[in-house]
Ligand binder design. Structure first.
Ligand SMILES: Cc1cc2nc3c(=O)[nH]c(=O)nc-3n(C[C@H](O)[C@H](O)[C@H](O)COP(=O)(O)O)c2cc1C
Length: 381
């Protein structure tokens, strides 16, 4: 047993959520739910990871026809949180994780401008975006065939569409609560719908859904408020936030700590309980003049619990993994150092948890980790 890691195995609680350790399975899209319905093998996959403090599921479509479709990680078998069959599937997932002693939150995910029109369970539904644009095309490394399909400008979302989306998030959060999920996670990052309203490159609106930084948080705030109304006051809302976008890995919503405070303060006031701060490198300094990572800044600015993520257990970040072989490294001493410095409360693990259902066991026992292997995308083991 490695005692240097004991702090990461201490319990954590927030509202009604009580976790046995600080490790969280980071949300990871899987394409194993035909017709939007997660089957028994999905339940087993998550239950195998129930020894992590919290499992956050893959992105799951809220009740809106244009939530999901093909995209950069999307595909034909993404799950949804609506309809009898999908909800029954999710009930089995929740029960399996609980039976294995774990806690689980669904990540509600609206792809917004990233979704390819004409795809998904409702191909006729037009993709939704704040200003009918995907984003800048000169800063992305996404494949040319995907980019060609999203290039044509669309129509900016109408007030009625926006109201439908907010209501859809709330309905699906309510369904998830009824099924016994322990918290609700919202995907507010990476250039998808909520993030595309936050980002000036994709939100050119001058109405109540656009404008300055604070005004651009309005859709996210309204979604958080509506979800809060749909679930008990003590069930945590986890909000994933990122500077980087699929449209531009170097993008920055907040150039300064003050700007970061405007965004995250507004979200915290709206009802976010825990921030999932998505970075490519958990230990990258967020702003000049300090070595503190982005999660640390969000914690300092909001006083809310935060989760860090990015590159834990590997020598390369996720994006580099697509191009180069990725080797395991034990960088947990740096995780513990930053944890002890109060930078974050929770530690999310993506690829390492995908590769190895027993990664936490290996951490505890001090055993070597597995290298990353892209074929893990095609398996549900
Ligand atoms: C296969 C795969 C699918 C992913 N899908 C999602 C997703 O649905 N939602 C999300 O917020 N992030 C998604 N991510 C990003 C991860 O949650 C995580 O932030 C990223 O992999 C960095 O963590 P890591 O360095 O530990 O892998 C995905 C990552 C992988 C590897």
């Amino acid at each position: 047993m490695r005692h240097d890691l004991d702090p990461l195995f201490a319990p954590f609680s927030c509202g009604s959520l009580a976790l046995k350790n600080r490790f969280v399975m980071s949300p990871m899209t899987r394409n194993f739910s035909p017709d939007g319905v997660p089957g028994p093998q999905v339940a087993e996959y998550y239950a195998r990871r129930a020894h992590m403090g919290l499992v956050i599921t893959e992105g799951v479509g809220p009740d809106h026809p244009a939530a999901l479709g093909d995209g950069t990680t999307g595909g034909p078998a993404l799950p949804v949180m609506v309809g009898e069959a999908a909800l029954a599937g999710w009930k089995a997932v929740v029960d399996a994780v609980h039976a294995a002693g774990g806690k689980i939150a669904p990540q509600l995910w609206h792809m917004g401008p990233i979704r390819l029109g004409g795809t998904g369970l409702h191909p006729q539904a037009p993709s939704v975006s704040p200003s009918g644009i995907w984003g800048p095309f000169d800063k992305t490394i996404l494949p040319p065939d995907y980019l060609a399909s999203v290039k044509a400008p669309g129509t900016p979302a109408s007030d009625a569409e926006i109201a439908d989306i907010i209501a859809g998030f709330a309905r699906s959060a309510g369904f998830a609560h009824e099924l016994g999920f322990d918290a609700i996670a919202l995907h507010g990052a990476h250039g998808y719908l909520l993030d595309s309203f936050l980002w000036a490159e994709t939100n050119h609106r001058t109405d109540q859904w656009g404008g300055d930084l604070l005004r651009r948080t309005r859709l996210a705030r309204e979604v958080v408020r509506a979800v809060r109304q749909a679930i008990p006051a003590d069930k945590p809302i986890i909000y994933r936030f990122s500077q980087w976008k699929l449209q531009d890995y170097g993008a920055k919503l907040a150039e300064t700590p003050e700007e970061l405070g405007v965004i995250t303060g507004a979200l915290a006031d709206a009802g976010v309980d825990i921030f999932d701060v998505s970075t490519r490198h958990f230990d990258a300094p967020a702003f000049a003049g300090s070595d503190m990572g982005l999660a640390g800044w969000v914690r300092k600015l909001t006083g809310k619990p935060v989760m860090t993520v990015g590159g834990i257990g590997f020598d390369k970040d996720l994006q580099s993994s697509f191009m180069e072989p990725t080797l395991p490294v034990d960088n947990l001493a740096e995780v513990v150092r930053r944890f002890a410095a109060d930078e974050f409360d929770l530690v999310a693990i993506g690829r390492a948890a995908l590769m190895d259902a027993d990664w936490i066991g290996k951490v505890r026992r001090g055993e070597p980790f597995k290298p990353f292997d892209m074929s893990a995308y095609g398996r549900l083991d």
